[in-house]
Design a protein around this ligand. Structure first.
Ligand SMILES: Cc1ncc(C[n+]2csc(CCOP(=O)(O)OP(=O)(O)O)c2C)c(N)n1
Length: 591
């Protein structure tokens, strides 16, 4: 049977067909839907882990115990999971073990554009890169077989275009995989120097053998494909989504399409290069293949023709390598007739907005974190000074405090979401308490992992399959970490937020303020229809305070007075709290 699947859904299908037993992941665009789709297969145990390192360690444990296991993450998640990954390369596996990492060229939803292929090389683990949904499934099956055959974790590299595109996939039957017997093997699984020194030799030998096998049996081992076209002296080496662009942009070119992009099939590359007069490497982001191929002494072109940044397109490749500058050739998404861009804003009823209005009025310094609330850095609130990576907000506030001998602590707060706090904020609070910091930490608890599309987390009371699960109390947790002052406020009450924050900023030590209100897009956060806001135009002075809040439910009418879109209004009441003239009221119809 055939189905049209997202690349991410095809990876999940591959896990099902490969007989995977355990999947533990942390969400992150563009990888999130893989684990959500895995949750549809009852026979796979799957979970949201607290972070990527935890997810990787769960998968490593399941693999050593004999089950096929997988962990999925976005590219920056690989930074968090890098510690276990690098040493899992040394221990090898028992049941097959796959790390799925989804890159985001063009940064559709990320804070940087790092290239995960560098991790495969640095950790000395093989990596496959599919170019469509069918290959997502096929390469994942290959990755599990290769993992067990070569006793190594394997990485599967996706990127946004492949994760989030749909194409046809031929479905297969799931394999019946038994959990393999487990035998205690200290030399293999306990990585102390004495054992690790010996395992490093194994790792280097493994990668050499894989490279040789991928050259001598390119299709079977590496899923490599050589597409020869008579009459052309141009050869292109490529992989992933770039292969799709090259195929359409250069229908006459010879192509070496790599499936296993680490380690490289050196002999195959040499022989392909010898067949063409001009060799061009087409790859998004880093000159990864190009650097390796140049190091082999093979002349080629790459980044002198193409950019290191963002996504490629059919047209870009055609323009660089052919005389065909026909604008109709290939379509760039930026040429499509879509409505003009608009600045990203928080949703109607977003609980984070009230807090950020309070922060902008207080004119405090805000060390930020990653989540929906990062939008607080933009107008209308513009209330964020720095944002680096998940969990960094609290450490940065502590840094501000120590850098100024405590002077900045009265005017600096850190903001962090519930999921992000549990991901990597906890250890920062411990550090701040231990090192006698004077910081105020705001945990924005909207009862969900909002930014990545509403995944459960350990404080929400539900697991990935929406079954009841123990809910961690953020207050109890912070108390256990040594925080003495913990306050809970409703962020829609901006005046109260300001008052509480001012009091906490004035206190010595580490304070935590939890702003609690569910995300407006989850069932518990949906406001009542009868509580939606109405405008009393007789009282309205057209001062613009509510319009400046940039709520998507509220637009400016021709008389500069607000017009409420009742389909979008989520009844949060923030605009009512802001109106000094009593012109915005609850319920009723617009007068
Ligand atoms: C290391 C890492 N993993 C995953 C992500 C993707 N990501 C961005 S924000 C976020 C969590 C947001 O949830 P929360 O902190 O609860 O804030 P909310 O969006 O709900 O306001 C995730 C998982 C990331 N940016 N970095």
């Amino acid at each position: 049977m055939k189905q049209i699947l997202l690349g991410n859904e095809a990876v999940a299908r591959g896990a099902y067909e490969a007989g995977v037993k355990v999947v533990s992941s942390y969400p992150g665009t563009p990888s999130t839907e893989i684990t959500e789709a895995v949750a549809q297969y009852d026979r796979i145990y799957c979970e949201w882990a607290t972070n990527e390192k935890v997810g990787a360690e769960v998968a490593i444990g399941a693999s050593i115990r004999g089950a096929r296991a997988m962990t999925c993450m976005k590219h920056v998640g690989a930074n968090v999971a890098a510690d276990p990954l690098f040493t899992a390369s040394y221990t090898g596996v028992n049941g097959g073990l796959v790390f799925v990492v989804a890159d985001d060229p063009g940064m559709h939803s990320s804070q940087n554009e790092q290239d995960s292929r560098n991790y495969a090389r640095a950790a000395k683990v093989p990596m496959f890169e599919p170019s469509d949904s069918s290959e997502c499934k096929d390469y994942l099956l290959r990755a599990f077989d290769l993992s067990e055959k070569y006793d190594t974790p394997v990485m599967l590299r996706l990127h946004t275009r492949v994760s989030h595109s749909r194409s046809v996939v031929e479905l297969g039957e799931p394999r019946e995989m038994q959990v393999r017997p487990y035998t205690k093997d200290v030399d293999k699984y306990v990585m102390m120097p004495g054992m690790a020194i010996k395992r490093h030799v194994v790792v280097e030998e493994r990668i050499r053998k894989l490279s040789a096998d991928a050259s001598s049996d390119p299709e079977a081992v590496g899923a490599h494909q050589v597409i020869r076209r008579s009459g052309s002296s141009l050869g292109v080496i490529t992989s992933g989504a770039s292969f799709q662009y090259v195929s359409e942009a250069l229908p006459e070119a010879n192509i070496l399409k790599l499936g296993l992009i680490w380690p490289l099939p050196v002999d195959l590359i040499r022989s392909f290069a010898s067949e063409v007069d001009r060799l061009v490497i087409v790859e998004e982001l880093d000159p990864f293949l190009e650097t390796e191929i140049r190091a082999l002494g093979i002349p080629c072109e790459g980044k002198e023709l193409f950019t290191l940044q963002g996504e490629y397109s059919i047209r870009m490749i055609a323009h660089a390598l052919t005389s065909n500058t026909d604008p109709a050739r290939g379509i760039d998404s930026k040429d499509l007739p879509v409505p003009p861009g608009r600045p990203p804003v928080m949703c109607a009823g977003c609980p984070h907005k009230g807090l950020f209005l309070a922060l902008s009025r207080m004119k405090v310094q805000v060390t930020g974190d990653i989540g929906c609330y990062t939008l607080g850095a933009l107008p209308p609130t513009s209330a964020m000074d720095a944002c680096v990576c998940m969990g960094a907000s609290i450490g940065m506030a502590h840094g501000f405090d120590k850098a100024t001998d405590g002077e900045d602590s009265k005017k600096t707060v850190s903001v962090i979401g519930d999921s992000t706090f549990l991901h990597s904020g906890i250890t920062n609070v411990i550090n701040a308490v231990y090192n006698q910091s004077n910081i105020t930490v705001i945990i924005l608890d909207n009862s969900i992992t909002g930014m990545t599309g509403h995944q459960q987390n350990p404080s929400t009371g539900m697991n990935i399959r929406l079954n009841p699960a123990p809910a961690i109390s953020l207050e109890d947790l912070c108390r256990a970490l040594g925080v003495e002052s913990i306050r809970v406020v409703d962020p829609v009450d901006t005046a109260l937020c300001q008052k509480v924050l001012r009091e906490e900023l004035d206190k010595p030590g580490v304070s935590v303020v939890i702003t609690r209100r569910p995300c407006a897009l989850i069932p518990t956060g949906k406001g009542k229809k009868e509580d939606r806001t109405t405008v009393n135009y007789d009282s309205c002075t057209a001062c613009g305070a509510c319009i400046r809040m940039m709520c998507p439910a509220l637009t400016e009418g021709s008389d500069k007075k607000p017009v409420i879109d009742w389909d979008t209004c989520n009844s949060c009441g923030l605009c009512r709290n802001l109106c000094r003239f009593g012109a915005l009221t609850k319920g009723g119809r617009e007068s």
